[in-house]
Design a protein. Structure first.
Ligand SMILES: NC(=O)c1ccc[n+]([C@@H]2O[C@H](COP(=O)([O-])OP(=O)(O)OC[C@H]3O[C@@H](n4cnc5c(N)ncnc54)[C@H](O)[C@@H]3O)[C@@H](O)[C@H]2O)c1
Length: 354
């Protein structure tokens, strides 16, 4: 416990605990309070970090020793703690996706509008150094006029043998794969800005456990267009035996592409590789990303997480601290664009199925 931004964590599960532990090791934060619907979960994390347990999100948000409320509850339960934090005048970090329905997203944005605190959304991949540089190049004109941004996350998502009543396998609580794993769609809309039109096409959508060992949730292709005529493309699957995980921005002068399975960011001009750098700034984190991305994929399996994920969370905390201090908009701009785009794509896809 060493930094000046005092953190209250709501939701002490897999990712809330990971963020809290990373805050504890980061010079800018100290964790002072923890709340969880399961008292033992709150107690365990609070004890490990020397923090207090609060009965609920409202009490935690109102506490004098909390400057930043971290919301790491399941996806369908982000709105109440986020709004409580914003109404109490605190900065609020909400895990992705901001919400899984339009009403809760609108309610969080309305609370943020008049609030003194900042709303920061957990679009962690924006904070990867290589990705941040790609978008900075695009915005700085280094790629020429933007033509296209595209991203894909396609793999088999394995599930535990006995998952019980796990919210991540329930579309009504997770929002489905497109919302739950919103990362690359967010990068596409972050790079391009608000889409003028969205077309979503679902190839497969079924019961989450239909295939036993892995999730068959949805195979979604989303195509969008901006008012300037740039094109966005996004592809996601939990059922792809040929894995892909990448993000690309193309302009009239060059393309840049992050290949997360290789841990690299490559710049291309006229088909030729001009330079290759890392997704992260250190070799060990890029090696860890490469190793994890090429292994079988499963949602959180417990433990402290691999090195690349801890590095990613540290990069995210750097951006959260900068957002609180008003010196970065990386995680505050377009807070709802990705979630709204996913909802539009799902609606278009549902129409198409009728
Ligand atoms: N950025 C990323 O890469 C990433 C990775 C994993 C999870 N996440 C996000 O983090 C959030 C949490 O996911 P997780 O994997 O930690 O889930 P989890 O199920 O492990 O943890 C959720 C915790 O919230 C608690 N909880 C439930 N309802 C609550 C309430 N009303 N008030 C307080 N606590 C409550 C649960 O008891 C549990 O401890 C989700 O939004 C998820 O999408 C983000």
């Amino acid at each position: 416990m060493n930094g000046s931004i005092r953190v209250g964590v709501v939701g002490a599960g897999f990712f809330g605990a990971m963020i809290a532990r990373a805050c504890d090791e980061h010079g800018a934060f100290s964790v002072t309070a923890v709340a969880d619907a399961v008292p033992e979960a709150a107690e365990r994390l609070a004890t490990a970090l020397g923090a207090r347990v609060h009965g609920g999100a409202e009490a935690l948000a109102a506490a004098d020793d909390v400057d930043l409320v971290v919301v790491a509850t399941p996806n369908h339960l982000h709105a109440d703690p986020a709004i409580a934090g914003l109404r109490a005048g605190k900065h609020v970090f909400v895990e992705k996706p901001l919400g899984i329905d339009a009403d809760s997203i609108d309610a969080i944005l309305a609370a943020a509008e008049d609030a003194p605190g900042r709303l920061v959304v957990g679009h962690v991949m924006r904070a990867f150094p290589g990705v941040r540089r790609m978008v900075a190049q695009a915005r700085g004109g280094a790629l020429g006029t933007l033509i296209e941004a595209a991203g894909a996350r396609r793999r088999l998502v394995h599930v535990p043998a006995d998952p019980g009543d796990w919210w991540k396998l329930d579309r009504s609580r997770s929002g489905g794969e497109l919302l739950h794993e919103i990362h690359e769609l967010d990068l596409v809309v972050w790079a391009l800005g608000e889409p003028a039109s969205v077309v979503g096409v679902v190839g497969v959508s079924g019961a989450p456990l239909a295939h036993g060992a892995h999730i068959v949730d949805s195979v979604t292709e989303t195509v969008l267009r901006t008012a300037d005529g740039a094109l966005g493309r996004h592809s996601i699957s939990t059922s792809a035996h040929r894995a892909e995980w990448w993000f690309r921005i193309s302009g009239t002068d060059a393309s840049v592409e992050a290949d997360f399975r290789a841990g690299t960011v490559t710049r291309f001009v006229d088909g030729a590789v001009v330079d290759v750098t890392g997704v992260f700034d250190d070799d060990a984190s890029n090696d860890s990303l490469r190793e994890a991305a090429q292994a079988a994929q499963a949602y959180n399996t417990g433990g402290p997480g691999p090195l690349w994920m801890r590095t990613a969370v540290t990069c995210e905390l750097d951006e959260i601290a900068a957002a609180v201090q008003g010196s970065s908009t990386v995680l505050t701009e377009h807070p709802a664009t990705a979630a709204r785009t996913a909802l539009r794509a799902n609606a278009v896809a549902a129409e198409g199925r009728q």
